[in-house]
Ligand binder design. Structure first.
Ligand code: C2O
Ligand code: CU
Length: 580
């Protein structure tokens, strides 16, 4: 029996293993942090409405992984969902040397079946704010997510200082189950998930229960919606001491919404984005997209005799959900004392130039700039369109709507299982197309082709937005790349013009990110080095869009991976490699 991914039970073996795969993941100071997680359903009422939520060891959101740069993380995950598979992705962790631990079902592993235990092992090689979440079906919407906070190594310092740290997870929330949502998206007539019932800050919201006729809860002991339930009766509390400075680690795990987050009367200084320091800038409110993480500094320098609202509002789609709220509590005021005003609603949801201008403020922090290569060897242009295929509503990239294969790409590529996915290269560009008119049927097909990248080459990707099926409609798509960070070279409006727009690229100090918004009717240009052997998903982080096919797959250097752990196998054509 040999399961390379599962034999690293001590530092010694891990170091030897690291040597074999020639990855510098072993540092003196690194520690192993071992977690045992049971994933199961529980009834929870985050916005007062009771529903089944996926919990980790009974917690929702899951426990925060607190680690230090260079630590090894072992997560031994047992799937106790009675009838559903699961997989967890470590969003923002590049998985250098451990591409099989990325947690992207159908890309890097077979799903974890009910009753099974799977061990994720990876290094958190850089300080910063990250997240984890389900990467199977639409389970992230069911609450399977949490934060990863990685502190700087010993004897190192952050380029800013603060007195305390506060964690803020932002989410949108539906009362319908993720299964029912997924069903609606895959049926005729199409049933859209609609706008969320609530916006959650720190897993707390407040649905107006009086909107519901009395339905009893699962236990039959009360109403399904109960505004006195302690899980929701008070908003999330952020407690601060007057005069002190706090680092807020803000994460959006939203299923659909783009957000604007603000705190009444308090400016925020943005210092970190997706695990990288940015040149600090001050905002009154922060636009944040699903899959993004930020650190902002706030100073508790306002009238200390009262509390203030932290408010969460939707951008880019006409808001139909009440403002999400949390309380910034000035100690020693009562934490639950509501601020006197109503929570602020932030900038107008459709003020596109406001959105674009804030996106353009990001630059890598001076002294920490990792400049991009000045040239790239390949430019891939990805047009996203909404389309109909045989009457089904789908999202497509260059006319292909992504459908994951039975056999995970990582295994198929490593073992040359060429029948497990379409070997024709995925299209590098789109056919002539008017991005401003409503979509016609563009002969869109289902597909699972990939982009094979030359190892160590520099690749540009231009994300191109367009009008949707309806008239005058285009929406924001936050794109996330697994296994890499990329430089955000530019955001622009309209159709990308290869001649003129490349001149707008910031090649001096572009920010490094793993998630970036593609704004309405606009384009976004990114650059990255294909230097991480593996198969990596690149997709829209809107849960429903990804489910409807809005994603692609890159691969590079798979031949350099010495051996895959058999624990990721067992499905599709990889059955034959699976041994117990
Ligand atoms: Cu956070 Cu593939 O996603
Ligand atoms: Cu999208």
């Amino acid at each position: 029996m040999n399961r390379p991914g599962e034999c690293m039970c001590n530092m010694f073996v891990w170091c030897i293993f690291a040597l074999i795969v020639t990855v510098p993941i072993c540092t003196e100071a690194s520690r192993i942090r071992h977690y045992r997680w049971n994933v199961k359903y529980e009834y929870k009422s985050p916005d007062c409405y009771e529903k089944l939520v996926i919990t980790i060891n009974g917690e929702f959101p899951g426990p925060t992984i607190l680690a230090q740069e260079g630590d090894l993380i072992y997560v031994e995950l047992t799937n106790l969902l009675p009838t559903e598979n699961v997989a967890i992705h470590w969003h923002g962790i590049r998985q250098i040397g451990t591409p099989w631990s990325d947690g992207a079902e159908a890309i890097t592993q077979c799903p974890i079946l009910p009753g099974q235990t799977f061990v994720y092992k990876f290094t958190v090689d850089r300080p910063g704010t990250y997240l984890y979440h389900a990467h199977y079906g639409m389970q992230r919407s069911a609450g399977l997510y949490g934060s990863i906070h990685v502190a700087v190594g010993k004897r190192k310092q952050e380029p800013f200082s603060y007195d305390g740290e506060l964690s803020v997870i932002l989410n949108d929330w539906w009362h319908k189950s993720h299964q029912e949502q997924a069903h609606g998206l895959s049926t005729i007539p199409f049933i859209w998930v609609g706008e969320p019932e609530s916006l959650l800050i720190g897993a707390r919201g407040s649905y107006n229960c009086s909107l519901l006729k009395s339905i009893s809860n699962a236990a039959g002991s009360g109403s399904i919606c109960n505004s006195t339930n302690p899980q929701c009766s008070t908003p999330h509390i952020l407690s601060v001491k007057p005069g002190k400075t706090y680092r807020l680690r803000i994460t959006s795990v939203a299923s659909l919404s783009s957000f604007n987050f603000l705190i009444e009367g308090h400016n925020m200084t943005v210092v970190e984005a997706d695990g990288h320091y940015v040149e600090p800038f001050v905002v009154q409110d922060l636009n944040i997209y699903s899959g993004e993480t930020y650190s902002v500094l706030i100073r508790a320098d306002q009238d200390p005799s009262r509390n203030y609202w932290a408010a969460l509002n939707v951008r880019g789609r006409q808001p139909k959900t009440p403002t999400g709220r949390a309380i910034l509590n000035y100690i020693p005021n009562s934490a639950t004392k509501f601020p006197p005003n109503i929570p602020p609603t932030g900038p107008l949801w459709n003020d596109s130039s406001y959105t674009l201008n804030q996106a353009k403020l990001y630059k890598a922090k001076a002294g920490y700039v990792d400049p991009p290569p000045l040239q790239s060897s390949r430019r891939i242009i990805l047009l996203n369109t909404q389309n109909k295929i045989d009457g089904y509503t789908k999202w497509a990239i260059n006319n292909i709507s992504f459908v994951p294969p039975q056999t995970p790409y990582l295994i198929a590529l490593k073992h040359n299982l060429s029948k497990s996915f379409d070997q024709i290269p995925a299209p590098e560009n789109y056919l002539p197309y008017d991005i401003l008119s409503p979509q016609k049927n563009q002969n869109t097909t289902y597909g699972n082709r990939i982009y094979k990248l030359q190892f160590n080459s520099t690749v540009d990707v231009i994300l191109q937005n367009a009008n949707m099926l309806a008239n005058n409609a285009s929406e924001i798509h936050p794109w996330h790349l697994h296994g890499h960070d990329f430089w955000v070279l530019a955001h622009g409006e309209g159709a990308f013009d290869p001649l003129k727009d490349t001149e707008k690229f910031n090649l001096k100090n572009p920010p490094l990110k793993n998630t970036v918004p593609l704004l309405r009717y606009g384009w976004t240009a990114i650059r990255f080095r294909a230097d991480n052997p593996g198969a990596w998903q690149f997709h829209c982080h809107v849960e429903a869009h990804f489910f409807m096919g809005m994603g692609v797959v890159f691969s590079e250097g798979v031949e350099r991976i010495s051996r895959l752990p058999t624990s990721i196998m067992g499905c599709g054509e990889s059955k034959r490699f699976f041994r117990h």
